[in-house]
Design a protein around this ligand. Structure first.
Ligand SMILES: *[C@@H]1O[C@H](CO)[C@@H](O)[C@H](O)[C@H]1NC(C)=O
Ligand SMILES: *[C@@H]1O[C@H](CO)[C@@H](O)[C@H](O)[C@H]1NC(C)=O
Ligand SMILES: *[C@@H]1O[C@H](CO)[C@@H](O)[C@H](O)[C@H]1NC(C)=O
Ligand SMILES: [Cu+2]
Length: 341
């Protein structure tokens, strides 16, 4: 009798023989949030809310995940210490956002691409960002609660409580905060910090990252350090929103996480595009969180795992955002210019 595994393997081989992965002819184009029409913004938000209603497929490893949105947050919580301050930080998050984008399209009928948030446009006036619009955007700051007096408090944070308006006002999270995968029932919190946006989300900060000559230094400029003296442009997006977005583990519980990481990915692609022949192959950095300089370091063959969300791939498969076109990778999207570029 054939085992279940061999049946599955032959079914997969059969499926791939019949329908080979289509090449990437027409990459979907990711646009800056404020360049979308009102209807496009509404359809994106409707798709996110749809993901928040569809049942989890990850309860074997994340028992308290209730819906597909939880699945994404849960996988990030589980892997926090394997995917930050490592050489594959940008590759992992590139794949993660692309798989989320595909879930919106394939499971929720969304026909656009993942929008990005070019936070340099809001760096000097965070509170005026159109992202916070309660009708066309994601709603605004959290309610004002007593300030966080811990040493890890975000400088300049305001609000901090549950969000008060917008499409996610009544949305409930089921995992986190922090590393907890216990069943919880929580609101979405925000704690806007205009000073973090001003200091770390500026065009000048992006310029510093773009000027780096190799991937190792570029990655360091993006991720910054584990303090508030330099949170990098990565931390800039997270801590300027604060609340859930400022939770290193549970931050994908903030829907804007995916717009922020799409923009980081866009900066990464712009940096790669300055010298594609070399930079499609340039990876370095530690395998382990803040790992020793003596290695081990990542290589193009390093595996990128999203657990129940998607098949394992390698960094090599993720180096080219249009890699599926030449069948050298698994991705197929592009970026439209931001406002004023
Ligand atoms: C999660 O649940 C376990 C078992 O009940 C408990 O020991 C642990 O403290 C909980 N963690 C959090 C963060 O609440
Ligand atoms: C922001 O930058 C100003 C000016 O350089 C500096 O004085 C301040 O400490 C910085 N604050 C944070 C939170 O980075
Ligand atoms: C690991 O990479 C760092 C730079 O990111 C480099 O200085 C170091 O020599 C590398 N270590 C090994 C063992 O290759
Ligand atoms: Cu992350």
């Amino acid at each position: 009798m054939r085992s279940l595994t061999s049946l599955l393997v032959s079914a997969l081989l059969f499926a791939s023989a019949v329908t080979p992965t289509p090449a990437c002819k027409d990459p979907i184009v990711r646009k800056e949030w404020r360049t979308l029409s009102f209807g496009q913004k509404q359809s994106y938000i409707a798709a996110v809310k749809c993901l928040q209603r569809r049942p989890s497929i990850a309860t074997a490893t994340i028992p308290n995940a209730i819906n597909r949105f939880d699945d994404f947050q849960g996988v990030h919580i589980q892997r926090t210490f394997q995917i930050h301050f490592v050489g594959h930080f940008l590759a992992w998050h590139r794949y993660y956002v692309a798989v989320y984008e595909q879930a919106l399209r394939n499971e929720c009928g969304y026909n656009g691409a993942q929008p990005y948030w070019d936070w340099t446009l809001d760096s000097s006036n965070l509170l005026a960002s159109p992202l916070w619009d309660p009708i066309s955007g994601f709603g605004g700051n959290g309610a004002t609660i007593p300030p966080d007096t811990s040493p890890f408090a975000v400088p300049g944070a305001t609000g901090g409580g549950c969000i008060c308006d917008g499409p996610f006002k009544d949305f409930r999270l089921h995992l986190g905060p922090g590393a907890s995968l216990n069943a919880t029932d929580r609101c979405l919190r925000r704690g806007f910090s205009p000073v973090i946006a001003r200091n770390f989300s500026s065009a000048a900060r992006v310029g510093v990252a773009m000027a780096q000559a190799d991937f190792g230094y570029f990655n360091k400029a993006v991720e910054g350090e584990t303090n508030f003296v330099n949170v990098g442009i990565h931390g800039g997006g997270h801590y300027s929103i604060g609340g859930e977005a400022g939770d290193l583990y549970a931050s994908p519980g903030e829907p804007i996480f995916f717009l922020h990481h799409a923009n980081l990915d866009r900066v990464y692609w712009q940096w790669q595009s300055k010298n594609l022949p070399a930079r499609l192959h340039d990876v370095s950095g530690s395998v382990e969180l803040m790992g020793p300089i003596t290695g081990p370091n990542v290589t193009l063959a390093f595996p990128i795992e999203l657990g129940p969300l998607a098949p394992q791939v390698t960094i090599r498969d993720l180096m080219d955002i249009k890699g599926l076109r030449s069948r050298t990778g698994v991705l197929c999207y592009d970026y439209a210019k931001s406002v004023g570029e």
